[in-house]
Design a protein around this ligand. Structure first.
Ligand SMILES: NC(=O)c1ccc[n+]([C@@H]2O[C@H](COP(=O)([O-])OP(=O)(O)OC[C@H]3O[C@@H](n4cnc5c(N)ncnc54)[C@H](OP(=O)(O)O)[C@@H]3O)[C@@H](O)[C@H]2O)c1
Length: 234
Protein backbone atom coordinates (compact mmCIF):
# COMPACT_ATOMS: atom_id res chain seq x y z
CA UNK A 1 0.00 0.00 0.00
CA UNK A 2 1.32 3.45 -0.81
CA UNK A 3 2.62 5.16 2.31
CA UNK A 4 0.89 8.04 4.06
CA UNK A 5 3.93 10.26 3.51
CA UNK A 6 3.67 9.69 -0.22
CA UNK A 7 -0.03 10.48 -0.20
CA UNK A 8 0.58 13.80 1.52
CA UNK A 9 3.16 14.72 -1.12
CA UNK A 10 1.09 13.58 -4.04
CA UNK A 11 -2.59 14.43 -3.65
CA UNK A 12 -3.38 13.50 -7.25
CA UNK A 13 -2.05 10.00 -6.65
CA UNK A 14 -4.22 9.76 -3.56
CA UNK A 15 -7.21 10.59 -5.76
CA UNK A 16 -6.13 7.89 -8.19
CA UNK A 17 -5.87 5.37 -5.37
CA UNK A 18 -9.33 6.35 -4.19
CA UNK A 19 -10.55 5.69 -7.73
CA UNK A 20 -9.14 2.15 -7.57
CA UNK A 21 -11.06 1.58 -4.35
CA UNK A 22 -14.30 2.97 -5.74
CA UNK A 23 -13.76 1.00 -8.94
CA UNK A 24 -14.44 -2.32 -7.28
CA UNK A 25 -12.02 -3.03 -4.48
CA UNK A 26 -13.46 -5.34 -1.85
CA UNK A 27 -10.51 -4.97 0.52
CA UNK A 28 -7.48 -2.73 0.63
CA UNK A 29 -3.98 -4.01 0.03
CA UNK A 30 -2.24 -5.33 3.08
CA UNK A 31 0.88 -3.96 4.72
CA UNK A 32 2.87 -7.09 3.91
CA UNK A 33 2.71 -6.09 0.22
CA UNK A 34 5.49 -3.66 1.05
CA UNK A 35 7.92 -6.47 1.74
CA UNK A 36 7.29 -8.22 -1.58
CA UNK A 37 9.57 -8.34 -4.56
CA UNK A 38 8.88 -6.09 -7.56
CA UNK A 39 10.71 -6.75 -10.83
CA UNK A 40 11.09 -3.42 -12.62
CA UNK A 41 11.63 -3.79 -16.38
CA UNK A 42 13.12 -0.71 -18.00
CA UNK A 43 14.64 0.29 -14.66
CA UNK A 44 17.39 2.39 -16.25
CA UNK A 45 14.90 4.54 -18.18
CA UNK A 46 13.30 7.77 -17.02
CA UNK A 47 10.11 6.24 -15.62
CA UNK A 48 12.01 3.14 -14.47
CA UNK A 49 14.36 5.18 -12.29
CA UNK A 50 11.41 6.94 -10.65
CA UNK A 51 9.83 3.51 -10.06
CA UNK A 52 12.97 2.17 -8.40
CA UNK A 53 13.29 5.21 -6.12
CA UNK A 54 9.63 5.30 -5.11
CA UNK A 55 9.26 1.53 -4.64
CA UNK A 56 12.34 1.54 -2.42
CA UNK A 57 10.95 4.48 -0.43
CA UNK A 58 7.71 2.55 0.04
CA UNK A 59 9.52 -0.50 1.45
CA UNK A 60 9.27 -2.85 -1.51
CA UNK A 61 12.16 -5.10 -2.41
CA UNK A 62 13.25 -4.03 -5.90
CA UNK A 63 14.84 -6.23 -8.54
CA UNK A 64 15.84 -4.37 -11.70
CA UNK A 65 15.70 -6.12 -15.08
CA UNK A 66 18.62 -4.65 -17.01
CA UNK A 67 20.58 -5.41 -20.15
CA UNK A 68 23.90 -4.09 -18.85
CA UNK A 69 24.38 -4.55 -15.10
CA UNK A 70 27.51 -2.44 -14.84
CA UNK A 71 25.85 0.50 -16.58
CA UNK A 72 22.71 0.04 -14.46
CA UNK A 73 24.63 -0.07 -11.16
CA UNK A 74 26.27 3.24 -12.07
CA UNK A 75 22.80 4.75 -12.41
CA UNK A 76 20.77 2.92 -9.75
CA UNK A 77 23.36 2.01 -7.11
CA UNK A 78 23.97 -1.14 -5.07
CA UNK A 79 20.97 -1.07 -2.72
CA UNK A 80 18.73 -3.05 -5.09
CA UNK A 81 19.26 -6.41 -6.78
CA UNK A 82 19.71 -6.97 -10.51
CA UNK A 83 18.59 -9.54 -13.05
CA UNK A 84 20.27 -9.39 -16.43
CA UNK A 85 17.86 -9.98 -19.29
CA UNK A 86 16.43 -8.75 -22.53
CA UNK A 87 12.71 -8.66 -23.28
CA UNK A 88 13.45 -10.21 -26.69
CA UNK A 89 14.63 -13.40 -24.93
CA UNK A 90 11.90 -15.12 -22.91
CA UNK A 91 14.28 -17.47 -21.08
CA UNK A 92 16.09 -14.54 -19.48
CA UNK A 93 12.73 -13.21 -18.32
CA UNK A 94 11.67 -16.47 -16.68
CA UNK A 95 14.92 -16.44 -14.69
CA UNK A 96 14.48 -12.78 -13.77
CA UNK A 97 10.92 -13.30 -12.49
CA UNK A 98 11.61 -16.34 -10.30
CA UNK A 99 10.47 -15.48 -6.76
CA UNK A 100 9.07 -12.07 -7.73
CA UNK A 101 5.55 -11.06 -6.70
CA UNK A 102 4.88 -8.18 -9.09
CA UNK A 103 6.22 -6.93 -12.42
CA UNK A 104 6.12 -3.28 -13.45
CA UNK A 105 7.29 -2.61 -16.99
CA UNK A 106 8.43 0.78 -18.28
CA UNK A 107 10.39 -0.59 -21.24
CA UNK A 108 10.37 1.14 -24.57
CA UNK A 109 11.91 0.58 -28.00
CA UNK A 110 14.95 2.54 -29.15
CA UNK A 111 15.06 4.67 -32.28
CA UNK A 112 18.85 4.40 -32.48
CA UNK A 113 18.86 0.57 -32.63
CA UNK A 114 16.85 -0.94 -35.51
CA UNK A 115 16.95 -4.41 -33.90
CA UNK A 116 15.28 -2.99 -30.79
CA UNK A 117 12.27 -1.66 -32.69
CA UNK A 118 8.62 -1.29 -31.58
CA UNK A 119 7.57 -4.68 -32.98
CA UNK A 120 10.42 -6.45 -31.13
CA UNK A 121 10.11 -4.56 -27.83
CA UNK A 122 6.71 -2.91 -27.39
CA UNK A 123 4.87 -5.92 -28.83
CA UNK A 124 6.98 -9.11 -28.70
CA UNK A 125 8.88 -7.95 -25.62
CA UNK A 126 5.66 -7.35 -23.68
CA UNK A 127 4.26 -10.67 -24.94
CA UNK A 128 7.44 -12.42 -23.73
CA UNK A 129 7.17 -10.77 -20.32
CA UNK A 130 3.53 -11.85 -20.05
CA UNK A 131 4.52 -15.42 -20.96
CA UNK A 132 7.26 -15.40 -18.32
CA UNK A 133 4.88 -13.86 -15.76
CA UNK A 134 2.35 -16.62 -16.43
CA UNK A 135 5.03 -19.31 -16.05
CA UNK A 136 6.37 -17.89 -12.80
CA UNK A 137 3.04 -17.09 -11.12
CA UNK A 138 3.39 -13.30 -11.01
CA UNK A 139 0.51 -11.90 -8.99
CA UNK A 140 0.09 -8.64 -10.96
CA UNK A 141 1.76 -7.15 -14.04
CA UNK A 142 1.59 -3.35 -14.34
CA UNK A 143 2.40 -2.12 -17.86
CA UNK A 144 3.24 1.45 -18.80
CA UNK A 145 1.80 1.79 -22.30
CA UNK A 146 0.73 5.05 -23.94
CA UNK A 147 -2.26 7.17 -24.75
CA UNK A 148 -3.11 7.12 -28.45
CA UNK A 149 -2.63 3.36 -28.92
CA UNK A 150 -6.08 2.96 -30.49
CA UNK A 151 -5.49 5.79 -33.00
CA UNK A 152 -4.05 4.22 -36.15
CA UNK A 153 -3.52 7.64 -37.75
CA UNK A 154 -1.67 9.08 -34.76
CA UNK A 155 1.41 11.03 -35.91
CA UNK A 156 3.69 8.83 -33.78
CA UNK A 157 2.85 5.80 -35.94
CA UNK A 158 4.19 7.63 -38.98
CA UNK A 159 7.15 9.07 -37.06
CA UNK A 160 8.36 5.83 -35.47
CA UNK A 161 7.60 2.44 -37.06
CA UNK A 162 3.93 2.19 -36.00
CA UNK A 163 4.97 2.34 -32.37
CA UNK A 164 1.47 2.85 -30.98
CA UNK A 165 0.00 0.06 -33.10
CA UNK A 166 2.64 -2.31 -31.70
CA UNK A 167 2.02 -1.06 -28.18
CA UNK A 168 -1.68 -1.93 -28.50
CA UNK A 169 -0.71 -5.43 -29.69
CA UNK A 170 1.54 -5.69 -26.62
CA UNK A 171 -1.34 -4.65 -24.37
CA UNK A 172 -3.57 -7.26 -26.02
CA UNK A 173 -0.96 -9.98 -25.49
CA UNK A 174 -0.87 -9.12 -21.78
CA UNK A 175 -4.68 -9.03 -21.55
CA UNK A 176 -4.88 -12.42 -23.30
CA UNK A 177 -2.19 -14.03 -21.12
CA UNK A 178 -4.42 -14.60 -18.11
CA UNK A 179 -1.92 -12.81 -15.84
CA UNK A 180 -3.67 -10.25 -13.60
CA UNK A 181 -2.77 -6.89 -15.16
CA UNK A 182 -3.06 -3.15 -14.84
CA UNK A 183 -2.31 -1.06 -17.94
CA UNK A 184 -1.50 2.63 -17.54
CA UNK A 185 -1.62 4.82 -20.66
CA UNK A 186 0.11 8.13 -19.96
CA UNK A 187 0.26 11.11 -22.30
CA UNK A 188 3.55 12.80 -23.14
CA UNK A 189 6.13 12.16 -20.42
CA UNK A 190 8.13 14.97 -18.84
CA UNK A 191 10.88 14.94 -16.24
CA UNK A 192 9.74 18.03 -14.37
CA UNK A 193 8.02 17.44 -11.01
CA UNK A 194 4.28 16.93 -11.27
CA UNK A 195 3.16 19.50 -8.73
CA UNK A 196 -0.47 19.61 -7.64
CA UNK A 197 -2.75 19.24 -10.65
CA UNK A 198 -6.37 18.40 -11.31
CA UNK A 199 -7.19 14.89 -12.43
CA UNK A 200 -9.50 14.55 -15.42
CA UNK A 201 -11.47 11.30 -15.66
CA UNK A 202 -12.80 10.67 -19.13
CA UNK A 203 -13.66 7.71 -21.31
CA UNK A 204 -12.02 6.99 -24.62
CA UNK A 205 -8.44 7.24 -25.82
CA UNK A 206 -8.39 10.99 -26.38
CA UNK A 207 -5.79 12.41 -23.98
CA UNK A 208 -3.32 14.90 -25.40
CA UNK A 209 -1.92 16.04 -22.08
CA UNK A 210 1.48 15.64 -20.46
CA UNK A 211 2.37 13.99 -17.18
CA UNK A 212 5.56 13.73 -15.14
CA UNK A 213 7.36 10.38 -15.07
CA UNK A 214 7.31 10.76 -11.28
CA UNK A 215 3.49 10.69 -11.24
CA UNK A 216 3.35 7.76 -13.65
CA UNK A 217 5.61 5.80 -11.30
CA UNK A 218 3.45 6.62 -8.29
CA UNK A 219 0.28 5.62 -10.13
CA UNK A 220 1.84 2.25 -11.05
CA UNK A 221 2.87 1.66 -7.44
CA UNK A 222 -0.55 2.73 -6.11
CA UNK A 223 -2.11 0.05 -8.34
CA UNK A 224 -0.15 -2.81 -6.73
CA UNK A 225 -2.26 -5.21 -4.74
CA UNK A 226 -5.42 -3.13 -5.30
CA UNK A 227 -8.29 -5.38 -6.42
CA UNK A 228 -9.99 -2.38 -8.06
CA UNK A 229 -7.01 -1.97 -10.38
CA UNK A 230 -6.85 -5.60 -11.56
CA UNK A 231 -7.56 -6.25 -15.25
CA UNK A 232 -8.18 -2.58 -15.93
CA UNK A 233 -6.71 -0.10 -18.38
CA UNK A 234 -6.35 3.48 -17.13
N1 LIG B 1 8.26 9.56 -24.04
C1 LIG B 1 6.97 9.83 -23.96
O1 LIG B 1 6.53 11.00 -24.05
C2 LIG B 1 6.00 8.71 -23.72
C3 LIG B 1 4.63 8.97 -23.74
C4 LIG B 1 3.73 7.93 -23.43
C5 LIG B 1 4.20 6.66 -23.14
N2 LIG B 1 5.57 6.43 -23.16
C6 LIG B 1 6.00 5.06 -22.82
O2 LIG B 1 6.31 5.04 -21.44
C7 LIG B 1 7.31 4.03 -21.17
C8 LIG B 1 8.46 4.65 -20.39
O3 LIG B 1 9.04 5.69 -21.16
P1 LIG B 1 10.43 6.37 -20.74
O4 LIG B 1 10.65 7.49 -21.71
O5 LIG B 1 10.45 6.64 -19.28
O6 LIG B 1 11.45 5.16 -21.07
P2 LIG B 1 12.99 5.26 -21.52
O7 LIG B 1 13.67 6.33 -20.74
O8 LIG B 1 13.05 5.34 -23.02
O9 LIG B 1 13.55 3.85 -21.04
C9 LIG B 1 13.32 2.67 -21.76
C10 LIG B 1 13.84 1.50 -20.94
O10 LIG B 1 13.59 0.29 -21.67
C11 LIG B 1 14.77 -0.51 -21.59
N3 LIG B 1 14.83 -1.41 -22.73
C12 LIG B 1 14.83 -1.06 -24.04
N4 LIG B 1 14.93 -2.18 -24.80
C13 LIG B 1 15.02 -3.23 -23.95
C14 LIG B 1 15.16 -4.61 -24.15
N5 LIG B 1 15.23 -5.15 -25.39
N6 LIG B 1 15.19 -5.42 -23.06
C15 LIG B 1 15.13 -4.88 -21.81
N7 LIG B 1 15.01 -3.56 -21.56
C16 LIG B 1 14.95 -2.73 -22.63
C17 LIG B 1 15.92 0.48 -21.59
O11 LIG B 1 17.07 -0.16 -21.07
P3 LIG B 1 18.57 0.15 -21.58
O12 LIG B 1 19.18 1.06 -20.53
O13 LIG B 1 19.22 -1.20 -21.58
O14 LIG B 1 18.49 0.77 -22.95
C18 LIG B 1 15.34 1.56 -20.65
O15 LIG B 1 15.56 1.17 -19.31
C19 LIG B 1 7.71 3.49 -22.54
O16 LIG B 1 6.95 2.33 -22.82
C20 LIG B 1 7.28 4.60 -23.48
O17 LIG B 1 7.04 4.14 -24.80
C21 LIG B 1 6.45 7.42 -23.43
Amino acid sequence: MIRAASLARWPSVFTFLAFFVIAGCSSMGTADAESRVVLVAGATGGTGRALVNNLTADGYTVRALVRDEKKARAVLGDSISYAVGDVRNVDTLVSAMQGATYVISAIGSTRADPSNNPEAVDYAGVRNMATAAERTGIRQFVLVSSSGVTQKDHFLNKAFDNVLIWKLKGEDALRDSGVPYTIVRPGGLVNTPGGEQALVFAQGDTSTGRISREYVSLICIAALNQPGAINRTF
